[in-house]
Design a protein around this ligand. Structure first.
Ligand code: KMH
Ligand code: ZN
Length: 286
């Protein structure tokens, strides 16, 4: 047998989720909550290999908010400071009303999250009714916003298939999924669960995986070994190693980029990520 011919290594799409909605600034002083802190975190993540930023924002008191003016300002600031694909969270907090979550799309991001079902979320319930899911999916297509379908449990992949069968492909015509694993109430963050999820992905879909808390590393390794992509950040992980708090988001992105290189699937360029996700080329900032 002849030696393998040289080919371009497949690459790894890295998403940074720097803030989330669950941790408080008081508990986690390094959490980026102001626009300046978010932009700095975004710049650092881009320099290390992230291609997408998953954004939750905070108000002046560092409380989670879906204020439309602030969201629009954030999208503009991130576009001016970076070339990252800007993905706004439509998940918000477990208490955000549906109409506020739908209105997020009016901030005109490149992409947005679209959760595929209701799940126990620690002591809370993250509610995603079928009719709400359909409305979000359809509004995203109308607004030309690319969805990332967030999957917290295996049955939510059946919901995704049903959504696509009944309501068609999203804007961009590509299905990209993020398996959010290890949420207390959702699927566990294990290689076994990740492999089970892969068997339920829609045809042609790509996937990333996120391991919450201490499941971060096993999920990353399982995703890389299975041809998947990665989401990391302080939304999901606040402890770098037992007894060692995360310094900042850059530390987590650097670890993901390093593991991706070890797996011989280096970080994906932003241009390639735009093509993969169907986001379209970077628009010039006015
Ligand atoms: N904060 C969680 C309740 C998303 O961003 O779309 C929901 C969440 C998912 O983080
Ligand atoms: Zn989120």
């Amino acid at each position: 047998m002849s030696p393998a011919s040289s080919t371009t290594a497949p690459s790894t799409l890295i998403t940074v989720a720097p803030t989330g909605a669950e941790s408080s600034k008081a508990d986690v002083p390094t959490l980026p909550v102001t626009l300046d802190e978010l932009v700095s975190a975004a710049r650092a993540a881009e320099a290390i290999g992230a291609a997408v930023i998953h954004v939750h924002i905070r108000d002046d008191e560092a409380r989670p908010t879906l204020d439309l003016g602030r969201l629009s300002e954030t999208v503009t600031a991130l576009r001016e400071a970076t070339s990252l694909i800007v993905q706004l969270s439509t998940g918000g907090t477990v208490t955000d009303p549906e109409e506020h979550r739908l209105r997020v799309l009016e901030a005109a991001p490149d992409a947005a999250s679209c959760s595929m079902g209701t799940v126990n979320f620690g002591h809370d319930v993250f509610l995603n009714r079928w009719d709400f899911i359909v409305e979000l999916h359809n509004r995203m297509r109308d607004a030309q916003v690319v969805p990332e379908y967030e999957i917290f449990d295996l049955g939510q992949l059946s919901t995704l298939q049903r959504l696509l069968d009944k309501h068609g492909l999203p804007y961009g015509e590509h299905v990209h999924v993020d398996l959010v694993m290890g949420v207390p109430g959702g699927m566990p963050g294990t290689a076994h669960a990740l492999v089970a999820a892969l068997g339920l992905l829609p045809d042609g879909a790509t996937f990333a995986a996120t391991g919450v808390g201490r499941t971060s590393i096993p999920v990353m390794l399982a995703a890389l070994a299975s041809g998947g992509h990665l989401r990391v950040g302080m939304e999901d992980t606040l402890t770098y190693a037992p007894g060692q708090p995360v310094q900042d988001n850059a530390q987590l992105v650097a670890r993901a980029a390093g593991l991706a290189r070890i797996a011989q699937r280096p970080p994906m360029s932003i241009a390639d990520a735009r093509t993969l996700l169907g986001v379209g080329p970077l628009a010039a900032v006015a």
